[in-house]
Design a protein around this ligand. Structure first.
Ligand SMILES: NC(=O)c1ccc[n+]([C@@H]2O[C@H](COP(=O)([O-])OP(=O)(O)OC[C@H]3O[C@@H](n4cnc5c(N)ncnc54)[C@H](O)[C@@H]3O)[C@@H](O)[C@H]2O)c1
Ligand SMILES: O=C(O)[C@H](O)[C@H](O)COP(=O)(O)O
Length: 374
C-alpha cells in the first residue's frame, strides 16, 4: 500500500511506514503522477484537493495535517466515496503564542499595558477560545464574536462584529475561510470595516489571507498611519502584495501554527484517523516523538510583570525571527514556500520550566501555559 505524505509533515515517514510504503512529496506543486498507485494522500494547506484530482486513482483516504480545510473540497470527496479527515485544534496553542508574542512586542514598542486594552476575538473556536482563556488569565478584557456558536445557543456572551469594531483596541481574526453561506468570512474585514476601526487599533490576521481584503487594507493603510497590523496570512499566497508587506508592522509567511508540537499533533491526528480507516487502530503519544526542548529551565525572582512575561515569551518564541527573513526574501519567487519548508524548530511555552520564588507568579505562568514550580 503506497501512502503519499507532504514532505513538511514531521514524523510522517516513521509513523505511516508502520502501515505501508511512504513517499514524501512537495505539497505545492503536488507531483500528480505519484497518485496513480497511491491508497492514501496526506496533505497540508498548500495542496488543493478535490475529486477531480483523484479521479482514476486508487486513493481512498485524504488526510490534512491542518486545522483549516478550505483547500479540500470535502463534499466532492464524499460524493466520490473518498474518506477525509483533518486535524482540528492541532496547532491552536502555536497560533495563540504567536499572537501573544506579537502583542507583547507592540506593547513594548508603543508603551502600553495589555491589561489596559480590549481585545476583540472574531472566531472563538480552538484558537480563539484558547486565546480568550489566556488573555483573561492575564487580566485582559475580551469581546467575543462567533455567530455560528451564538446561533447554536452557546452560553458564552457573544457580540456582533460591529460591536467589536466599535469597542476593541485590538481585533484578531480566527475564523475558517467560508467563501459563501450564512457565515461567509471571505473579506469579512472589508474597506468599510477597516475604515471604521478605532484610532490606533491593532489588527491581526492569523487565520486565512482572504478573511481580510488585502487590497482594501493597503488602501486604508495609505490613509491611516495610526493602525498597526500583524499579518501571518496573505491574499494571495505565496505571491503576497509587496507594498502591503512594507506597510504592516509584523509580517510572517503563514507560520503562526508552526511549532514542532503543533505540526507533530497534526501528523499524529491524521495518522490515527488513517489507521482507523484501514482497520488497524493505533494511538501515538506525542511525547514519544518530540525531542527535549533546547532551553529547559529558567529561574524567575519576584513578581511577573508584563516586561518579564515578554522576556519569557520571547525566550521561547520571538516573532521577529520570522518577520525579518520574510521581508528580506519576499520579492523572490519561491522564497515564501522555502521559508516555510526550512522552518527552524520552534517550541511551545510548555517546553519551558520556570522556577519561581513567588506563588502568585507560578500560578499565573501555569494558567498561561508555561510549566512553573516553586
Ligand atoms: N496561521 C496559521 O498557521 C493557522 C493555524 C491554525 C489555524 N489557522 C486558521 O484559523 C482558523 C481557525 O482555527 P481554529 O482551529 O480555531 O478553527 P475552529 O474551527 O476550531 O474555530 C473557528 C471558529 O470560528 C467560528 N466562525 C465561523 N465562521 C465565522 C464567522 N463568519 N464569523 C465569526 N466566527 C466564525 C466558528 O464557529 C468557530 O468557533 C482555521 O480554520 C484555519 O483556517 C491558521
Ligand atoms: O490551518 C492550519 O492548520 C494552518 O494554516 C496550516 O498549518 C498552515 O501550514 P501549512 O499546512 O500550509 O503547512
Amino acid at each position: 500500500m503506497k501512502i503519499l505524505v507532504d514532505e513538511n509533515m514531521p514524523y510522517a515517514r516513521e509513523l505511516f511506514s508502520r502501515t505501508g510504503e511512504v513517499l514524501a512529496v512537495p505539497g505545492r506543486p503536488l507531483p500528480e503522477a505519484e497518485l496513480q498507485d497511491a491508497s492514501g494522500l496526506m496533505v497540508r494547506s498548500v495542496t488543493k484537493v478535490n475529486a477531480e484530482l483523484l479521479a482514476g486513482t486508487p486513493v481512498k483516504f485524504v488526510g490534512t495535517a491542518t486545522a483549516g480545510t478550505d483547500h479540500v473540497d470535502d463534499a466532492s470527496l464524499a460524493a466520490a466515496g473518498i474518506a477525509f479527515s483533518a486535524a482540528p485544534g492541532c496547532n491552536a496553542i502555536a497560533v495563540v503564542e504567536y499572537v501573544f508574542s506579537s502583542l507583547l512586542l507592540l506593547a513594548e514598542r508603543d508603551g502600553f499595558e495589555l491589561r489596559d486594552r480590549t481585545v476583540g476575538i472574531v472566531g472563538v473556536g480552538n484558537v480563539g477560545g484558547r486565546l480568550h482563556k489566556r488573555l483573561e488569565a492575564w487580566g485582559v478584557k475580551t469581546l467575543l464574536c462567533d455567530p455560528p456558536r451564538a446561533d447554536r445557543g452557546d452560553q458564552e456572551r457573544f457580540h456582533s462584529l460591529d460591536e467589536l469594531v466599535a469597542q476593541a483596541d485590538i481585533l484578531t481574526f480566527h475564523t475558517p475561510l467560508f467563501k459563501d453561506g450564512p457565515y461567509k468570512s471571505w473579506h469579512l474585514a472589508d474597506m468599510a470595516l477597516l475604515m471604521a476601526l478605532k484610532p490606533n487599533t491593532i489588527l491581526i490576521n492569523a487565520c486565512r489571507g482572504p478573511v481580510v481584503d488585502n487590497a482594501a487594507l493597503l488602501e486604508v493603510l495609505k490613509m491611516r498611519s495610526d493602525l498597526s497590523v500583524v499579518l501571518d496570512v496573505w491574499e494571495p499566497e505565496p505571491d503576497l502584495n509587496l507594498d502591503l508587506l512594507d506597510k504592516v508592522d509584523i509580517a510572517t509567511a503563514h507560520i503562526a501554527g508552526y511549532t514542532l508540537e503543533g505540526k507533530a499533533r497534526g501528523t499524529t491526528q491524521v495518522f490515527e484517523a488513517w489507521c482507523a480507516f484501514i482497520g488497524q487502530p493505533q494511538q501515538v503519544a506525542l511525547e514519544s516523538l518530540l525531542p527535549a526542548p533546547e532551553f529547559g529551565t529558567i529561574t524567575l525572582h519576584g513578581k511577573l510583570d508584563q516586561p518579564t512575561l515578554k522576556r519569557l515569551v520571547h525566550l521561547v518564541y520571538d516573532v521577529r525571527r520570522d518577520d525579518a527573513p520574510l521581508r528580506k526574501v519576499a520579492a523572490k519567487p519561491g522564497e515564501f514556500d522555502r521559508l516555510r519548508k526550512q522552518y527552524e524548530e520552534r517550541r511551545e511555552w510548555s517546553s519551558l520550566q520556570v522556577k519561581c520564588d513567588d506563588a502568585e507568579s507560578a500560578a499565573m505562568l501555569e494558567k498561561l501555559g508555561f510549566r512553573a514550580s516553586l
